[in-house]
Design a protein around this ligand. Structure first.
Ligand code: ADP
Ligand code: ZN
Length: 529
């Protein structure tokens, strides 16, 4: 059994029930918690909504001393502490919004051993006064664990680098005996390695959960000219609360106002509103006092509302990871929820314009590449989960039965001959060019660059005139999705052959391509608002 603050529990499950009211652990929570209780460093990679907080909250209650939680967002901290206190758990936070008196009384409570969980912002942690407090705590009530939430913020390879996080290695330097638990929802290998190195983790237990969220239904809709009518109809059909994301503050304001006129209870949320208004809108949403939040990406990091029933991207998302994270705010309670992305080339143009305004060319290039992945996702005809999870390095077999492409599969056509032409053209160009150039060669383009390179002399020059650029692109992307072709991701994207490409070239396998409806119709370009 376990003893927790004077209470004896025959099992971890009983402690879970007692403090949080849950009957069982989610997959991996239990082994993680066991490791934390043993005092081992742990790295937890779990999707948003996976239940990371419990991995430090429950051990915090079961260990002697204080668990210090580093968390980047003050609003998020407040929510977590409020809901812990509602559950009768002794948690508090220290941040820059508090008065001197508040800070003093928190410190007294901490030193008196009345607090189990202390939330702090990273910039506070490196402040000398705070380090002094930590020293005193360490010598009196003791430090149980350092939990670093949103740990990807230490990495420039993540989507949310914060320089303050770089200082966090002082925790290990000052308190080498205190175990560190790092938590993140960013799954790429590079970020993972960076977290372990930057935080000086010592032989950590590593737990990587699947990023699949089986209860989310993914759908991409071509954005019609009157997308608003489509959206309204959808909102009238569904029940429950949800989030609608827009690309700009202006669009978010306008859409929220228009929805209100049409009797859909909606409020905006974006960085252009005052802290107070933002906070109020967020609170009202969490309390079910308003049904829909129309937001820019500023909204949502860590908002803890389990019953969000839909997340709609009314405009394109700029990165696939961002899309995954934002849509992942739906259905945290495990019940079915809808994630819809409206897609139009007009929005792609807007996104490209926004990218063009970034000052750093390196950043621009990365952002363009990420946008392209997003377009690929939107245009793809394969299982949406296969693409999303593939992005995180997870192999997913497809046929999820819970996305638009799986439920309404587009018709397949045999494009083996075209694929052979395409792949042999990649080979003839010595695997040194991107898709645009390959298609130019196939279609016998008369661009000067083709002649300069002598590519008009290749045997594949002009052998693909019978197909349009769009059709060749469709094939190229399909080959990529099917891993019959690969594309370098650092720097300028270059097409490369894979082992599987050679099977096609040797006529040992055929190629099926899913033909989207869109291709047979003239492109619909939406011009919203
Ligand atoms: P994350 O930090 O990984 O995004 P949270 O810790 O906020 O996720 O948890 C997401 C939701 O899941 C919360 O509403 C939380 O209360 C709930 N939850 C966590 N663990 C369990 C569990 N074992 N049983 C039921 N609900 C859980
Ligand atoms: Zn699917």
């Amino acid at each position: 059994g376990f003893r927790v603050l004077g209470l004896a529990f025959p099992s971890l499950e009983k402690a879970l029930k007692h403090y949080f009211g849950y009957d069982q652990f989610r997959r991996q929570q239990r082994p993680i918690i066991e490791q934390v209780l043993k005092g081992r460093d742990v790295l937890v990679v779990m999707p948003t909504g996976g239940g990371k907080s419990l991995c430090y909250q429950l051990p915090a209650l079961m260990k002697l001393g204080i668990t210090v939680v580093v968390s980047p967002l003050i609003a998020l901290m407040q929510d977590q502490v409020d809901s812990l206190q509602d559950n009768g758990i002794a948690a508090t936070f220290l941040n820059s919004t508090q008065s001197w008196q508040q800070v003093r009384s928190q410190e007294a409570a901490l030193l008196a051993g009345k607090i189990k969980l202390l939330y702090v912002a990273p910039e506070r942690l490196v402040n000398p006064n705070f380090l002094q407090l930590l020293d005193r705590l360490s010598q009196t009530v003791g430090l149980a664990t350092f939990a670093i939430d949103e740990a990807h913020c230490v990495s420039v390879w993540g989507h949310d680098f914060r320089p303050d996080y770089r200082q966090l290695s002082i925790l290990r330097q000052h308190y080498p005996q205190v175990p560190i638990l790092a938590l993140t929802a960013t799954a790429t290998e590079r970020v993972r390695q960076d977290i372990m190195a930057q935080l000086w983790l010592r032989d950590p237990g590593i737990y990587i959960a699947s990023f699949n969220r089986p209860n989310l239904y993914y759908e991409v809709r071509p954005k019609p000219r009157d997308a608003y009518a489509d959206l309204c109809q959808q909102l009238h059909q569904w029940s429950g609360a949800g989030i609608i994301y827009c690309l700009s503050r202006k669009r978010a304001d306008e859409l929220a106002a228009r929805l209100r006129q049409d009797d859909i209870d909606a409020l905006p949320y974006h960085a252009g509103l005052s802290d107070q208004v933002r906070r109020e809108h967020q609170q009202r949403f969490i309390r079910d006092d308003v049904r829909v939040i129309v937001a820019t990406i500023a909204f949502g990091m860590g908002i803890n509302k389990p019953d969000v029933r839909f997340v709609i991207h009314y405009d394109i998302a700029c990165t696939l990871e961002g899309y995954y994270q934002a849509s992942g705010r739906a259905g945290r309670d495990g019940e079915t929820a809808h994630c819809i992305l409206y897609f139009s080339y007009a929005d792609v143009a807007t996104a490209e314009f926004l990218i063009g305004q970034k000052s750093d060319p390196q950043e621009q290039r990365l952002a363009r590449q990420q946008l392209r992945q997003m377009i690929d996702y939107a245009e793809s005809t394969v299982c949406r989960r296969t693409i999303q999870l593939g992005y995180f390095g997870e192999d997913y077999p497809g046929n999820c039965g819970h996305c638009d492409n799986c439920l309404h599969p587009p018709p397949l056509e045999d494009w083996t001959i075209e694929a052979q032409k395409f792949l042999s053209c990649v080979a003839r160009c010595r695997e040194r060019f991107g898709m645009g150039h390959i298609i130019d060669v196939l279609r016998g383009s008369r661009k000067q660059r083709i002649f300069d390179l002598g590519h008009d002399q290749l045997s594949t020059y002009g052998i693909g005139k019978d197909r349009s650029v769009d059709e060749w692109r469709l094939l190229g992307r399909s080959l990529l999705h099917q891993r019959l072709l690969s594309e370098t991701t650092d720097g300028y994207p270059v097409l490369k052959l894979t082992g599987a490409s050679w099977q096609i070239l040797r006529q040992q396998a055929s190629v099926q391509v899913a033909i989207p409806e869109r291709l047979s119709q003239p492109r619909q370009i939406a011009e919203d608002n």
